[in-house]
Design a protein around this ligand. Structure first.
Ligand code: DON
Length: 568
């Protein structure tokens, strides 16, 4: 009896000592087609487009435009983004519709006469904007892949803007939080946005509705020329900005080759530079591939220590080696090669934290050669992964008077000055310094994962540098920890990025015991609590998983946002 009791207590103790595993449940499951994005109204618009015979690209265009109204913090026509698309044939392509520096931009434009960064100049007001790429990107995608007429994809956004949208509690809170800045950074006050908003209130975007009508009727010219362009340039003149008519006319998004790598028998397809997303994601996955994290446990001290050491090395590389490949050679193949990553991780000590000050970028030989995410799969298996952004919540807070949309503050993603962190705390150097026409380095990581040449997962997230660690953990949650899509999205996340030298867990992500173990290894563990920047959460991941029976499971980040899935 005593023996049986002690055996039982041993089992109980052993179980109690296991790191907590997330519970088993599923997200929305659909037979054929699915949209997952930041707002239920936009998800429904996307799925309606597919019911009417549109494909995943048609749906992506309609969702992107609708999010400008439904989720104005990040949904946009005044910003830019990236898309990874996988055709039903298995071919993958990438579209770069990220903003570019205006022609009058120059390296030290945010520094004062003594060489110090001028506070907020790269984040608030018209000077913070890069030349917007979203509309050109939508038109490129549609011209190459769309099935329904362009007008049918823009009309839902026209209707939504003119009829108005009922605010969710979260949207009302975010708008209320923005009131002072909306007054401060606009030369023509956007009165229709000023209010004490409550959930259920209807917000109409009349000027934006008419801008959508011009885009619907005139396509590219409806944004980059005519009244919309005049309004943007007038806004610049009133508010000390530098975007010109020529900058707008000359903006063109670009098709680029996605980058890919294998991870435990899966193929990960993601965004190449000028996003750092794909390279960093691949470096993180390849760095942890040799280790049995599934045995060590989800968010256990051992697993988090490994993630952090991989992140320290990858983010050090990001700061020095990455930038716009049209201006500097980016050693993509070296940085993502097995041998380079193995060498980088050769100093990994399973028991002890490295100090970030002791970690520098790796040696490479020159080679020649508030954001929101939308995941969509259509009935033919075409998959679209789009991440798009204004950078910060509501971009630079400037609403283009007469045209009614927010402008981005993407210039802050350039390195203002070597070694000085931007608003997301990431540093950069020479390769990411400001030059006219150059694209600022991004962390956006729209990603598609395949297995045996079949679609497996579509995934992405907002969150600045946290995007890469959020997407990384979501993929590992599914592949290594065998979680479903919704479980993988819901699971608590941790983040680190080389500098500052600390681990940032979401509230409840790490047990007290594991936190102590991490401190004992030499890590500094800090809980996220900067509400103003939404930093209590790491990412807002929206994904779709193809189940073994070929049905689609949604992972909508409805706990961290209003994110929601629609499917049929
Ligand atoms: O491109 C980037 O890396 C940043 N502009 C993304 C900012 C972002 O994700 C904000 N979202 N919460």
């Amino acid at each position: 009896m005593i023996k049986r009791f002690s055996l039982l207590s041993l089992v109980i103790i052993a179980v109690a000592c296991q790191p907590e595993q997330p519970k088993r449940y599923q997200g929305m499951v659909a037979d054929s087609a699915m949209v997952v994005c930041a707002h239920p109204v936009a998800s429904r618009i996307g799925i309606d487009i597919m019911r009417k015979g549109g494909n995943a690209v048609d749906a992506a265009v309609a969702v992107q435009l609708a999010l400008t109204v439904a989720f104005p913090e990040a949904g946009n026509i005044g910003g830019g983004g990236f898309m990874i698309l996988r055709e039903p044939t298995g071919k993958s392509v990438a579209l770069d519709f990220r903003e570019k520096a205006p022609s009058r931009a120059f390296r030290d434009m945010y520094l004062d006469s003594t060489g110090n960064v001028i506070d907020k100049l790269s984040t608030k007001g018209a000077l913070a904007s890069g030349v917007p790429g979203s509309i050109d990107g939508m038109i490129e995608m549609h011209t190459r892949y769309g099935r329904l007429p362009w007008k049918d994809l823009v009309q839902p956004a026209v209707d939504l803007a003119l009829k108005g949208i009922a605010l969710t509690q979260r949207e009302a809170d975010n708008l209320n939080h923005a009131q002072l800045k909306l007054k401060k950074y606009n030369t023509v006050t956007p009165h229709y946005l000023l209010n004490e908003w409550r959930a259920g209130d209807t917000l109409k975007w009349t000027e934006l509705g008419h801008t959508f009508e011009r885009i619907r009727d005139e396509g590219r010219k409806g944004f980059y020329e005519g009244k919309t362009a005049d309004d943007i340039v007038a806004e610049m003149k009133r508010s000390n900005g530098i975007i010109t008519h020529d900058d707008l006319k000359n903006y063109h998004s670009q098709w680029v080759e996605p980058i890919s790598a294998s991870y435990k028998g899966y193929t990960v397809i993601s965004m190449p530079p000028p996003s750092s997303g794909g390279i960093t994601l691949i470096q993180l996955l390849k760095s942890i591939e040799p280790y049995p994290v599934e045995k060590w446990g989800h968010n256990s001290a051992k697993t988090i220590h490994l993630y952090t050491e991989a992140e320290r090395r990858s983010f050090a590389d990001r700061a020095v080696h990455l930038g716009d490949p049209r201006f500097y050679d980016i050693p993509t193949s070296t940085l993502t090669s097995e041998s380079y990553i193995t060498e980088r991780m050769s100093t990994f000590n399973p028991d002890k934290a490295t100090r970030s000050t002791d970690v520098r970028e790796g040696n490479v030989m020159p080679e020649h050669t508030e954001t929101t995410h939308i995941s969509i799969v259509d009935k033919d298996g075409m998959a679209v992964s789009v991440t798009t952004t204004l950078n910060d919540w509501f971009g630079n807070y400037v609403v283009v008077a007469g045209s009614g949309f927010f402008l981005n503050n993407e210039m802050d993603d350039f390195s203002m000055k070597p070694g000085v962190p931007n608003s997301y705390g990431v540093t950069g150097g020479l390769k990411n310094e400001i030059q006219p026409g150059k694209t600022m380095l991004s962390s956006m990581t729209p990603t598609i994962v395949t297995k045996n040449d079949s679609l497996f997962m579509v995934v992405g997230s907002p969150g600045g540098p946290r995007i890469m660690t959020a997407v990384f953990q979501t993929i590992v949650n599914v592949i290594d920890f065998k979680l479903g899509m919704q479980e993988a999205v819901d699971a608590k996340r941790i983040h680190s990025q080389w500098l500052p030298d600390a681990i940032f867990p979401e509230y409840g992500a790490i047990s007290k015991r594991d936190s102590i173990r991490l401190s004992d290894m030499g890590h500094s563990v800090k809980t996220l609590n900067d509400l103003d920047k939404g930093l209590t959460f790491i990412g807002r991941v929206d994904g779709i998983l193809v189940l073994p029976n070929r049905k689609l499971e949604a992972g909508a980040d409805g706990k961290r946002g209003d994110d929601s899935a629609a499917g049929y």
